[in-house]
Design a protein around this ligand. Structure first.
Ligand code: GRF
Length: 214
């Protein structure tokens, strides 16, 4: 006699992720919200920060997500900090590590260890404006458009293989903050979308090329 397969057996397991933050955590919030409304099939196993006063910690706690603070000032070298961070991440066995405003330069060893399973969101249309102050620099350069890039993290700062970019127009009267706001709104749509692609197994990195399976 055949037993009916229960629906829950058919359902894909949520993708286990950890999110690394240093600040406000508005991108973290967008991920929490998309998980809550079930458009993102993921589970945030932990939120890890190097800043004990990061507002994103409150967002995580409100959503009952475990949090970890690893204060980089307590470590005498980048290597030691990254070693502790590695242990902390591995404790949660994530399939994907999501950097969301994590303001630390990472050692090559750390990045190589997690290569292919760590992604970052950067507020510019890479390779334009790597590093900090991207909105100001886009305005000063007289760019007509600006935007965001989501990429695999590689040893080259903001230089890993790009998964998705989204552009926004720059208006004549834009200030740094009006432009930042326009980009951030798109970040909040794009980042959960990319994580959902991981959850669906649609993204692969082969020979440093991003392969998107329809
Ligand atoms: C975002 O602009 C992101 O692109 C950059 O850091 C900022 C983080 O913002 N990497 P939030 O902490 O998610 O609000």
């Amino acid at each position: 006699m055949r037993h009916p397969v229960s629906l829950s057996q058919n359902k894909a397991q949520p993708l286990p992720i950890v999110v690394l933050i240093s600040g406000s955590g508005s991108n973290l919030q967008s991920i929490i919200d998309r998980i809550a409304d079930k458009t993102l099939n993921a589970k945030i196993c932990a939120v890890i920060t190097n800043k004990s006063d990061a507002y994103g910690l409150e967002r995580a706690q409100k959503a009952a997500i475990p949090t970890e603070v690893i204060d980089h000032k307590q470590y005498d070298s980048r290597e030691n900090f990254d070693a502790e961070l590695t242990l902390c991440i591995e404790k949660y066995q994530p399939k994907l590590i999501v950097l969301a405003g994590f303001m630390r330069i990472l050692t090559d060893d750390f990045v190589n260890h997690f290569y292919g399973k760590m992604i970052n969101i950067h507020p510019s249309l890479l390779p334009k404006h790597r590093g900090l102050h991207t909105h100001q620099r886009a305005l000063e350069a007289g760019d007509k458009e600006h935007g965001l890039s989501i990429h695999y993290v590689s040893a080259e700062l903001d230089g890993g293989p790009i998964i998705l970019q989204q552009s926004v127009p720059i208006h004549e009267n834009d200030s740094k903050s009006s432009l930042a706001q326009r980009v951030l709104e798109q970040e909040h749509i794009a980042y959960p979308q990319v994580i959902q692609w991981f959850s669906q197994g649609r993204l692969q990195l082969i020979n440093n090329q991003v392969i998107f399976n329809q």
